[in-house]
Write a protein of this length. Structure first.
Length: 63
C-alpha cells in the first residue's frame, strides 16, 4: 500500500477519531465505534476512500 495520508491529515484523523469515540461513550451510543475508522486510517497512513479520486495528502512519494 502506498502512503496517501500525510502528517497533518494523520493527526487530524486521530484527534477526530478520539473525539468521536469519546462522544459515543458520553452519549452511550454505538456510533462511537465509527471513530475507530479514522484512527486506523491515520495510523496506517492509507485511506481507501482516496483511491477512486487519486487523492493524496502525503508529500513524500517514497513511502
Amino acid at each position: 500500500m502506498k502512503c496517501n495520508v500525510g502528517k497533518t491529515d494523520k493527526m487530524v484523523r486521530i484527534i477526530l477519531g478520539v473525539i468521536v469515540i469519546l462522544a459515543g461513550v458520553y452519549f452511550q451510543s454505538w456510533w462511537g465505534a465509527v471513530g475507530v475508522v479514522p484512527i486506523v486510517t491515520g495510523f496506517i497512513r492509507w485511506c481507501p476512500a482516496y483511491l477512486p479520486f487519486g487523492f493524496s495528502t502525503c508529500k513524500d512519494e517514497k513511502e
